[in-house]
Design a binder for this molecule. Structure first.
Ligand SMILES: NC(=O)c1ccc[n+]([C@@H]2O[C@H](COP(=O)([O-])OP(=O)(O)OC[C@H]3O[C@@H](n4cnc5c(N)ncnc54)[C@H](OP(=O)(O)O)[C@@H]3O)[C@@H](O)[C@H]2O)c1
Length: 339
């Protein structure tokens, strides 16, 4: 099968596609899935170079979040309700390939109303943003939310979810193109360019001097954002896309009675697996009911052959929304289009 295989640790832009990789071997609790689309994540770039905390023995297939269909001709563990051909989304190591073996605990049925590309970020990206806003920050309808890197993968999902949950959203990003996208596709009420000095004054102006109730920060710029947080606001620590683990002066936390709140979605698998189904259910309900618009997919959809370019574009801050690789064409949609 075709697979994006890391034979030696290097930057993904230097990795050629492997066309004769063996099919994955199924473990007892796993099903085989034909991958249709997979989400690009920053940690792929780190893993390919051996710079991520998760280290796979060489050689290994890169990729994690995916959508696809349960493969025909492979065993399905007893008790698993899925059948060959079912549409699914999930997470498994080795998703940048024609087929992936996935634990039955890491795969769910995928709704017909979304395309495989739209679903490629549904297992990690979307629940991260939902659990951050709802589970951790207890976001209420009518509150102000500031999202940094609002055009990025988790940022755009946060903008869309916060809007769907009735919040007033300010999206912050680093270029006019991205700000336009955050408004047009994400539905943000306001946008600010956070590369411009004093951008926090703009946020204060928008909120009539009050500041925002919730900060959603995947960049590592909480300290900067605290200049425009409201009294008793909540600041979500989502990630450090800027590269460095941020250190926040604790006097700022004290002065405005604010809460710093962490979110690490992957860790729920270990610490609170029983909570995860309710999050997936809520995200899917918001998306399928139309209360939240479908996930925004970056305009250039990559293939396994051009995946290295896609990861390079992600790293270079060129992408917006969820950057996705299409592994297999959705034939059911082609059939529908013919009717
Ligand atoms: N906590 C969790 O459970 C969880 C789950 C998923 C992801 N994350 C983390 O969230 C962060 C964002 O992930 P993502 O998938 O949204 O990434 P993404 O789509 O690549 O977006 C990241 C954005 O961050 C902004 N940015 C600011 N400074 C940057 C810099 N120095 N280098 C690169 N980008 C910079 C860029 O937007 P502008 O050009 O607009 O500045 C960039 O587009 C990552 O650190 C990831 O590890 C956390």
């Amino acid at each position: 099968m075709k697979a994006f295989v890391v034979h030696e640790l290097t930057h993904p832009s230097k990795i050629p596609l492997t066309t004769d990789w063996p099919l994955p071997t199924l473990k007892k609790d796993q099903i085989m899935v034909d991958v249709y689309a997979a989400g690009l994540n920053f940690y792929d770039i780190l893993q390919a170079q051996g710079r991520h905390q998760t280290k796979h023995p060489l050689p290994f297939v890169l990729g994690s979040e995916f959508t696809g269909r349960v493969s025909h001709g492979f065993p399905i563990p007893a008790g698993c309700q899925l059948k060959p051909g079912d549409r699914v989304f999930g997470v498994a190591s080795g998703a940048y390939a024609d087929k992936v073996a996935v634990s039955v605990n890491s795969v769910l049925p995928f709704p017909d109303s979304l395309t495989f590309e739209q679903g490629a970020g549904l297992f990690v990206t979307w629940p991260t943003s939902y659990e951050a806003l709802v589970g951790r920050a207890k976001l209420q309808s009518g509150e102000w939310v500031l999202v940094t890197a609002a055009a990025g993968g988790v940022g755009m999902a946060a903008v869309q979810l916060a809007k769907g949950l009735g919040a007033k959203v300010i999206g912050a990003a680093g270029s006019q193109e991205k700000l336009d996208i955050v408004k047009k596709y994400g539905g943000a009420d306001y946008t600010v360019d956070y590369t411009k000095k004093g951008w926090q004054q703009e946020v204060l102006k928008i909120t009539n001097g009050r500041g925002v109730d919730v900060i959603y920060d995947p960049v590592g710029m909480i300290t900067d954002c605290l200049k425009c947080i409201a009294w008793k606001g909540r600041a979500l620590v989502v990630g450090f896309a800027a590269g460095a683990v941020e250190k926040v002066p604790m006097n700022l936390v004290l002065l405005k009675n604010i809460s710093l709140v962490g979110i690490h979605w992957g860790r729920y698998q270990v610490c609170e697996p029983g909570h995860m189904p309710s999050v997936y259910k809520a995200v899917l309900e918001l998306l399928t009911s139309g209360r939240v618009s479908p996930p925004v997919v970056y305009k250039d959809v990559y293939t396994l052959d051009t995946l290295g370019d896609g990861l390079h574009a992600l790293e270079s801050r060129k992408t917006w929304g969820k950057a996705v690789v299409r592994v297999k064409e959705d034939d059911s949609r082609i059939e529908k289009a013919k009717l």
